[in-house]
Design a protein around this ligand. Structure first.
Ligand code: ADP
Length: 398
C-alpha cells in the first residue's frame, strides 16, 4: 500500500511517500515558507533532487503542489496513494492510539490546542489541507504521546493539587513515542527473550532528547513530561530544572510567561551552557580545541543520561538492552562512549572500537562488548515507516 506521511509545521509540510508492503521509501520532501512565498524540495532515493519556488498560500496549496510533484515524478495518479498518515505531536488525554480522522476526532484534536497550541494548530492546517485536496483518501493520526499511555500513575502524576491537574489535564505525557516504539520493536526482534520478560532503555538523542523505560514492550516511564521541555538538557531547551529558577528569573529579568517560555525553550540547554552552539558536532569540535564550556555542556548531557539509565534500571528491576537512536544517538560515538563509561556495575560494557566505527548506519548494530550482560544497540529510527504501517493497518481493518 502507498501511504503519504505528513509532518505539518506552522509554515512547513514535510512528507514521505512509502510502500508499506516493501517497507520502501519512494520519495520525500519538504514544502517550506507556506504563507510567505513557498519552496518545495523533493528528493528521490536515487539522489535526484528537485527544488522549486512556487506560491503556497496555505497548507492546502502546499498539499496540492506536493501531490502534483509526486505525480510528475514517481506515481501515475493521486489515486495510487491509498491513505495519508499524519504525525501529531500531542494527543493530550484524548488519544492513546492511532485513529482514522472523522468529525469527532477533529473535535478532540481541537481540544489539544490548549496544551500544545503551535503544534496542534499546524497539524490541523495540514490535515484540513489534505482533506481538501484528497477528500476520498482516508487520513490517519499517529501521536507522539500514544506509546507513553501505558505509564503507571506514579510515573505520570505531578505532585501538584490533584484537582488542578485534572482540571487542566496536567500530567506527564511523554514525547518521541513513535521513535521509542519503532526502536523498541526493532530491539525486541534482536533480543532472544520472551517479550514479557524484556527490560529495555531507549535513548532518543537529537536536538530534542528523551529516554524511556520499556518493560515487556510497554513504556513504564519517560523523561519528557507535560511538554517536550522536561527531562534532559537539549540543544536549546533547559530540560528539568528547579522550578523556583523560573519564577526567580522572571522577576529578575521582568519577563512575561510567554517570554519566559521562549527563553526556556530557545536560550538554554547545550547552547546556553556552552555559549557556542546547540549542535553536538560543533561542541565536540570546540571541545577538542580546548573550549571548556563546550566540554561542560556535553558532560552535563552524558551525566544526565547516565543518571536516567541508573534510575530506570531501578524502575525496571534490571536491564537487558540499551538502545541509542536519533541524530546524536546514531552518530556521536564519543558521547555514547562517555555515557557507557563506568557502568560495569549495571553490566553495561561497550566495545569501544566497534562503537567508534558505528556512524551513519542504515542498519541496526550491536556495539556491546563480548560478554556484556546488557546488549547495547544503535538503531536508526524510522518514525515515518511506523506512521505509514499504523496508517495501513487501520485502513485495512476499517
Ligand atoms: P531533531 O531533534 O531536530 O530531529 P536530530 O535527530 O537531527 O535532531 O539530531 C541533531 C543532533 O544530532 C545534533 O546535535 C547533531 O550534532 C547530531 N547529528 C545529526 N546528524 C548527524 C550526523 N550525520 N553526524 C553527526 N552528528 C549528527
Amino acid at each position: 500500500m502507498l501511504v503519504l506521511v505528513i509532518n505539518a509545521g506552522s509554515s512547513s509540510l514535510k512528507y514521505q511517500l512509502l510502500d508499506t508492503d516493501k517497507s520502501l521509501l519512494i520519495a520525500k520532501g519538504n514544502c517550506e515558507r507556506i504563507g510567505i512565498d513557498g519552496i518545495i524540495t523533493h528528493k528521490m532515493p536515487g539522489g535526484e533532487t528537485i527544488v522549486k519556488n512556487i506560491e503556497m498560500k496555505n497548507h492546502a496549496m502546499a498539499t496540492k503542489i506536493l501531490v502534483q510533484t509526486l505525480t510528475a515524478t514517481c506515481i501515475s495518479s493521486m489515486d495510487e496513494i491509498s491513505a495519508v498518515g499524519h504525525r501529531i505531536v500531542h494527543g493530550g488525554a484524548y488519544f492513546s492510539q492511532s485513529v482514522i480522522v472523522n468529525e469527532e476526532v477533529l473535535e478532540k484534536l481541537e481540544k489539544c490546542r490548549d496544551i500544545a497550541p503551535l503544534h496542534t494548530g499546524a497539524h490541523i492546517m495540514g490535515i484540513k489541507g489534505c482533506i481538501e485536496v484528497m477528500p476520498d483518501t482516508p487520513q490517519v493520526l499517529v501521536f507522539d504521546t500514544a506509546f507513553h499511555a501505558t505509564m503507571p500513575p506514579e510515573a505520570y502524576i505531578y505532585p501538584i493539587p490533584f484537582k488542578m491537574a485534572e482540571k487542566y489535564n496536567i500530567r506527564r505525557y511523554g514525547f518521541h513515542g513513535t521513535s521509542h516504539r519503532y526502536v523498541t520493536s526493532q530491539c525486541l526482534s534482536l533480543l532472544n527473550k520472551p517479550v514479557e520478560n524484556t527490560r529495555i532503555i531507549t535513548c532518543h538523542l537529537g536536538n530534542g532528547s528523551s529516554v524511556s523505560a520499556v518493560k515487556g514492550g510497554k513504556i513504564i516511564d519517560t523523561s519528557m513530561g507535560f511538554t517536550p521541555l522536561d527531562g534532559l538538557i537539549m540543544g536549546t531547551r533547559c530540560g528539568s530544572i528547579d522550578p523556583a529558577i523560573v519564577t526567580f528569573l522572571m522577576e529578575k529579568l521582568n519577563l512575561t510567561p510567554s517570554e519566559m517560555n521562549n527563553f526556556l525553550n530557545k536560550n538554554c540547554g547545550l547552547s546556553g551552557v556552552s555559549e557556542v552552539s546547540s549542535d553536538c558536532r560543533d561542541l565536540e569540535d570546540a571541545m577538542l580545541k580546548g573550549c571548556r564550556k563546550s566540554e561542560l555542556a556535553l558532560n552535563i548531557l552524558c551525566y544526565q543520561i547516565k543518571k536516567l539509565i541508573g534510575s530506570y534500571t531501578a524502575s525496571l528491576n534490571g536491564i537487558d538492552a540499551l538502545v541509542f537512536t536519533a541524530g546524536i544517538g546514531e552518530n556521536r560515538a564519543l558521547l555514547r562512549e562517555k555515557i557507557c563509561e563506568n557502568m560495569d556495575f549495571f553490566g553495561i560494557s561497550l566495545d569501544k572500537e566497534l562503537n567508534s566505527k558505528t556512524v551513519l548506519q542504515s542498519s541496526n548494530v550491536d556495539i556491546s562488548e563480548k560478554g556484556s550482560k546488557v546488549r547495547i544497540f544503535v538503531i536508526p529510527t524510522n518514525e515515518e515507516l511506523l506512521i505509514a504501517r499504523d496508517t495501513a493497518d487501520l485502513v485495512l481493518k476499517s
